[in-house]
Design a protein around this ligand. Structure first.
Ligand SMILES: *Cc1c(COP(=O)(O)O)cnc(C)c1O
Length: 489
């Protein structure tokens, strides 16, 4: 008795739904076939640029998405819509990446924007070592096998005064390798004020753990004395590690020993002193109106046994980690199995050696982009901002600003500068929308937003990019206006 009525119910439900299903069926039928999309002239152009197979996969994915839209009761795109989407996806998915960006933020070492731009000479060195074979590990004099480290090490020793050096992938791996080779399985004494996170997951206690060394913290968060280190030394001590507080400041009632005092303690007790400097600043920042950033030369001159620093912070070169120190210890480090795992590549070696050469030739402030930026005079910056303002199709202001070093260097230190202010609220635009258009310009620009102004800082814009910056700014303004007019219409 129950069965027929159930069947009837099912029938009734189907009957009610029959019209939308018919509509859906016709929508499915109206979707173009893969072949049909492929035959469109605009798609033929994409195929000729990227080849058939990846375009077919992209078309299939787009048609699949259109079917899903239909099932959800949404209007699927027509052929023009599908083609437009394919064009957009092909361009963004298969573009060469990363894209060249103009840094208008005023942060000189912007980690998200790739830290240090390279000098023209370093860029040329990268190009030639990449396109050709090289004498990377080959001695052209003897015709025998050479070392990828020796030439680089000689240059670094010359500028830092170090006895020996090696270069690895980055400073994080330099510190990890140094600890593993010198203090693996032993205790490493670190001040509580320095057992910190430097950023991007680089935390001193974790790095020590991974290196196989044992962290022995001494002192307090704000005050640590030489006596604290001395009292912690046992026969199981492998090293004393000093970490430069590169991206934070402890101020007020503080104390930490001078490097020299720790070196004396190390000599007396035969414990190596390791110094993680972070930045690798080879020029004196106090000459440019900032606090003095500790320099590798000073650390080495003070007698530190091994010094570690980055190649792409204030040194102004490629991503790399530099290890300088006493020959015996540097040899031990270079022979550790981890050294091969963190080996530097030839492209970075080429860029780093060209960068170090600028220091040897005493031309760093003229040739290395970040030092050009740091040393740029405010009056020259004002003149550049004026030139930008007069080349633009719209009104802007020039106001006093402050730039920062960034990249975990000199926290709290600023360089006074002049910025181009683009007022957005008065024109019915919003600063975040304008900034969005700037990021999508042919040459993307990243600026800063402050009180509904988009600010572009001349100090961090490479001089050769001025023309493209103007074009991107005018583009963003046109976009904003087109949108405003569309809204009002
Ligand atoms: C930045 C920094 C590091 C990490 O250097 P990378 O080259 O980014 O790997 C390590 N230690 C200190 C003190 C730093 O400032």
């Amino acid at each position: 008795m129950n069965a027929p009525s159930k069947r009837y119910n099912v029938f009734e439900k189907r009957n009610i739904a029959s019209e939308p299903i018919n509509n859906m069926t016709s929508q499915f039928r109206s979707l173009p076939s893969v072949e049909h999309v492929l035959s469109d002239d605009r798609i033929c152009k994409i195929v000729s640029e990227f080849s058939r197979q990846p375009v077919v996969s992209l078309i299939r994915a787009n048609l699949e998405k259109a079917r899903l839209d239909i099932k959800r009761g949404l209007q699927p795109p027509d052929l023009d819509g599908i083609v437009a989407n394919l064009q957009k996806e092909a361009q963004s998915k298969w573009r060469a990446w990363p894209a060249d960006v103009i840094n208008g933020t005023g942060v000189i070492l912007h980690t998200n924007l790739g830290r240090s731009p390279l000098s023209a000479q370093a860029t040329e060195a990268v190009t030639s070592v990449s396109r050709s074979y090289s004498d990377l590990e080959f001695d052209l004099q003897s015709g025998k096998r050479g070392s990828r480290q020796s030439h680089m090490a000689n240059l670094i020793n010359e500028v830092t005064g170090s006895e020996a050096s090696i270069v690895v992938n980055n400073n994080a791996s330099a510190v990890m390798l140094g600890l593993a080779a010198i203090a693996g399985g032993k205790e490493v004494i670190v001040s509580r004020s320095e057992a910190v996170e430097i950023g991007g997951g680089f935390r001193i206690p974790d790095v020590l753990l991974q290196s196989g060394a044992i962290l022995k913290e001494v002192g307090t968060t704000n005050r640590t004395y030489v006596g604290d280190y001395e009292a912690a030394i046992t026969e199981n001590t492998g090293a004393i590690l000093v970490i430069h507080p590169s991206n934070f400041r402890i101020s007020g009632f503080t104390h930490s020993p001078l490097i020299k005092e720790l070196v004396d303690l190390g000599r007396k007790t035969h414990i190596p002193i390791l110094h993680d400097l972070g930045s690798g600043c080879l020029l004196d920042t106090s000459l440019y109106g900032m606090a003095h950033e500790p320099m590798p030369q000073e650390s080495i001159n003070d007698g530190v046994d091994v010094t570690f620093f980055s190649g792409d912070k204030l040194l102004g070169g490629p991503q790399s980690g530099i290890i300088c120190g006493r020959a015996k210890l540097v040899t031990k480090i270079s022979q550790h199995p981890l050294a091969r795992a963190v080996r530097i590549d030839k492209i970075s070696i080429a860029a780093l050696s060209a960068t170090i050469l600028h220091y040897i030739k005493q031309e760093a402030t003229e040739k290395i982009p970040i030092w050009q930026m740091i040393s740029m005079k405010p009056s020259d910056i004002f003149t550049r901002a004026e030139a930008w303002a007069s080349a633009l199709n719209f009104e802007t202001d020039i106001r006093k600003t402050y730039c920062t070093i960034g990249g975990g260097s000199l926290p709290g230190e600023v360089i006074s500068s002049w910025g181009l202010f683009i007022p957005c609220s008065e024109n019915g635009d919003s600063a975040s929308k304008f900034a969005g258009h700037l990021r999508k310009a042919g040459r993307p620009v990243v600026g800063r937003i402050e009180d509904e102004n988009v600010i572009i800082e001349p100090r961090t814009v490479l001089v050769e990019d001025d023309q493209e910056l103007i074009e991107s700014l005018n583009y963003a303004r046109d976009k904003n206006h087109t949108n405003e007019q569309a809204k009002q219409a």
